[in-house]
Design a protein around this ligand. Structure first.
Ligand SMILES: Cc1ncc(COP(=O)(O)O)c(C=O)c1O
Length: 359
């Protein structure tokens, strides 16, 4: 008799490519990582931590919890630190979902919501978007008696669009109160649009909203796997009970504290991103490439109105050693996503783009 186990073979997440065969030191603009890297202070905390590798990390991530609590004026009991915000998403699914409970995601949403919802026995329901933007009525139309969780990244990856403050409040107001709304703030630092408010600032005192945040994006600590969640104490306590005991390594904890402290570096990243987002957008408009308006540190480019396919554009960029993100897994075979990089990476991206599309 053979061993039997659950089959998750169709749930594998494939991240943005880092390597291309026969290409040395490619430029990776495929995973929405930081353009400028982490704060030097975070790096030196990481290096200093190397003296303590034989010790288990603090399972409660206390110093980082305290630092987040101070920085954002939050009660530490409402905070959970995770091995990437991915882990917070997974824990939320694990805590809430019973077999056949329904989880609503938007049409082109971050794939990990679907993956974790399914791993933990949920049924994923996709709510159509409106021109690549989440639509409240469409989400509400998908609600049934079995709906347990609604996931929404704001801004959303990969579409680069967002719901404004009023839309977010309206969504929560119209959703049944016993449905958990998870607002993923992974890219909130980049957004400077006046009508935008982060999930944390909107829903701090709500009993049915969980916020996730990440150190992988603007803080440049993707490899350390560090994120956190904020929510009502009972939900956070429930998640802490089921999390792995030493889920966050000690290097991530100390680097996270320093990353939060280094406000100058944060601002430099925001300024860099805003400057280049505007330049990218201007180029897209000039070349007739359909995309989102500047919001986060990436753009989703669509090629249906062009003579060339996304795969062909991808290959041409590879010739310039630039790796973009293919969007087939998201159901967008003729689109590509590009992350804003550093100055020289961006100049090469724009030069290549103009060479391809300037006829
Ligand atoms: C919307 C969104 N949420 C969460 C994550 C995952 O972040 P982390 O590295 O903190 O797990 C990503 C990463 O691409 C993302 O785009």
């Amino acid at each position: 008799m053979s061993l039997r186990f659950k089959n998750f073979s169709n749930l594998k997440y494939v991240g943005g490519l880092s390597q291309i065969k026969n290409i040395k030191n490619p430029i990776k603009l495929s995973a929405n990582e930081s353009a400028l890297g982490p704060s030097k202070k975070a790096i030196s905390a990481f290096v200093k931590n190397s003296k303590k590798l034989s010790r288990y990390p603090d399972g409660n991530s206390n110093i980082l919890t305290q630092s987040i609590s101070k920085n954002f004026k939050l009660n530490p009991n409402n905070i959970i630190i995770g091995n990437g915000s991915d882990e917070i998403i997974s824990l939320a699914c694990q805590l809430f979902l019973k077999p056949n409970d329904e989880v609503i995601v938007t049409e082109y949403s971050f794939l990990m919501y679907r993956i974790y919802a399914k791993i933990h026995g949920g049924k994923v329901i996709s709510a159509p978007e409106d021109n690549f933007k989440a639509n409240i009525d469409s989400i509400l139309a998908k609600v049934t008696a079995r709906t347990k969780i609604v996931f929404l990244a704001n801004p959303n990856n990969p579409t680069g669009t967002y719901l404004d403050k009023n839309e977010m409040l309206l969504l929560r107001k119209k959703l049944r109160s016993n449905i958990l709304l998870v607002v993923d703030d992974a890219y909130f630092e980049f957004v400077i649009n006046n009508d935008y408010v982060s999930g944390l600032n909107l829903f701090k005192n709500f009993s049915n909203v969980l916020i996730t945040r990440s150190f992988s994006k603007i803080h440049g600590l993707a490899s350390l796997r560090l994120g956190w969640g904020y929510g009502p104490k009972n939900i956070i306590s429930g998640m802490k009970l089921i999390k792995p005991p030493f889920n966050v390594n000690s290097a991530a904890q100390v680097a996270g504290v320093e990353a939060l402290r280094d406000k100058k570096w944060l601002q430099k990243n925001i300024d860099h991103n805003r400057k280049w987002a505007d330049i990218f957008f201007e180029n897209f408009v000039n070349l007739g490439i359909l995309t989102n308006v500047p919001v986060a540190n990436f753009f989703l480019m669509h090629f249906n109105n062009k003579q060339i396919t996304a795969d062909q554009v991808f290959d041409k960029f590879i010739k310039s050693k630039i790796i973009l993100r293919k969007m087939k897994a998201y159901g967008l075979p003729n689109s590509l996503r590009v992350t804003i990089g550093n100055n020289s990476e961006n100049n090469l991206f724009l030069k290549t783009l103009n060479k391809i599309f300037d006829v």
